[in-house]
Design a binder for this molecule. Structure first.
Ligand code: SF4
Ligand code: SF4
Length: 336
């Protein structure tokens, strides 16, 4: 356990956590909503410090990141807990459990994680993923600081539900983000995730302004967030606030956890893909086997730059200077 950052001590021994917009007020001995930050003796502690539930070398495409070091692998770590409670969570076994109830932790020090990352020659860095990484803020920040010092990369895959001050501190050491934009209504966020949309939009704006690499994932769930009109408003917001070169992954949903709605029809994804493509250069389809929507094409001349099949990635369309091999134009928002 580690003393938490971002909290205030309150009267009568309570603490107020300031890490995410829940701003939990936590009584002595209790955990916050995320299930991993506890008030002990009137101070707040991170209970998952150096506790890992899953650790793998993954293709970076699996995060998903399609425009950040394509074809590379990255050491990926997760723990338990989440500050959201999405009815459709694909990782509910580790996200919807408290630190007290999970019994399979691997205890790995900051130094050992860093050693693991640097000792594999083809590894791009570390990805903080699987469950929500922001709630393990202290562990992530310490690892990320050391990884940055070693000139490797830090990637965060997150729901984006974090307060601005802690996010600003993270931005200084992280390189790339994939943030979920789960829907474009407060109603969806409240009912389906027990959180709110506005802080996620604020996160996206701050990350975009920071110049860090940003990709967005939208899981399309039939009847809940696939209304073309609302989806179109989301695309308009992305276009205006983040720009036409924003990378958007439309991901196919399958029933999981509390959600029994049937999986997303391909036709729905294709319809939304076409709406998004009217405004954005880079739109991808995820969880759709053999789809053309996984490939990257030059926004200037439509030359095939990167082809993907599952997690097999072939980067063929660039010149040595990173420009398009066919038209010679810079490919915006692409880090090779
Ligand atoms: S990080 Fe956890 S304890 Fe802190 S405010 Fe968010 S849900 Fe509450
Ligand atoms: S934010 Fe992600 S990890 Fe957390 S409950 Fe939702 S889908 Fe699961």
């Amino acid at each position: 356990m580690k003393t938490a950052l971002f909290y205030n001590k309150l009267d009568s021994g309570k603490v107020k956590c300031l890490l995410c917009p829940h701003n939990c007020i936590i009584s002595e001995g209790k955990l916050g909503i995320c299930g991993v930050r506890r008030n002990t003796g009137g101070d707040l502690y991170s209970e998952t410090y150096e506790k890992v539930s899953a650790i793998h070398f993954d293709p970076i495409e699996k995060k998903p990141l399609y425009h950040f070091l394509p074809g590379k692998i990255i050491l990926s770590i997760g723990s338990v807990g989440c500050n959201l409670s999405c009815n459709f969570c694909q990782n509910c076994d580790i996200s919807q459990i408290t630190v007290d109830d999970f019994t399979w932790f691997k205890h790995i020090s900051v130094g050992d994680i860093v050693d693991l990352a640097i000792n594999r020659k083809d590894n791009a860095g570390i990805s903080y993923t699987y469950n929500e990484p922001s709630i393990h803020y202290e562990y992530m920040l310490e690892i990320a600081t050391e990884i940055k010092r070693r000139k490797m990369n830090n990637v965060m895959v997150s729901n984006g539900f974090i307060n601005q001050e802690p996010l600003k501190k993270l931005i200084s050491v992280l390189d790339a983000f994939n943030i979920d934009l789960k829907a474009f209504t407060e109603e969806f966020y409240k009912k389906q995730t027990k959180s709110a949309l506005k802080p996620v939009l604020d996160t996206l704006k701050l990350l975009n302004e920071s110049g860090n690499h940003l990709e967005i994932t939208n899981l399309v769930i039939p009847s809940l967030n696939d209304d073309p009109l609302t989806f179109g408003k989301m695309i308009e917001w992305i276009y205006k606030e983040l720009g036409e070169n924003t990378i958007l992954h439309l991901s196919r949903y399958f029933p999981h956890y509390k959600m029994t709605i049937a999986g997303t029809p391909i036709s729905t994804l294709e319809r939304l893909y076409n709406i998004a493509k009217e405004k954005l250069h880079y739109v991808y389809l995820g969880n759709v086997a053999g789809s053309e929507g996984q490939n990257t094409y030059c926004p200037s001349c439509q030359h095939l730059l990167i082809s993907r099949s599952g997690y097999y990635t072939s980067v063929t369309g660039f010149r040595d200077d990173g420009k398009c091999k066919k038209c010679g134009q810079i490919v915006p928002n692409m880090i090779l």
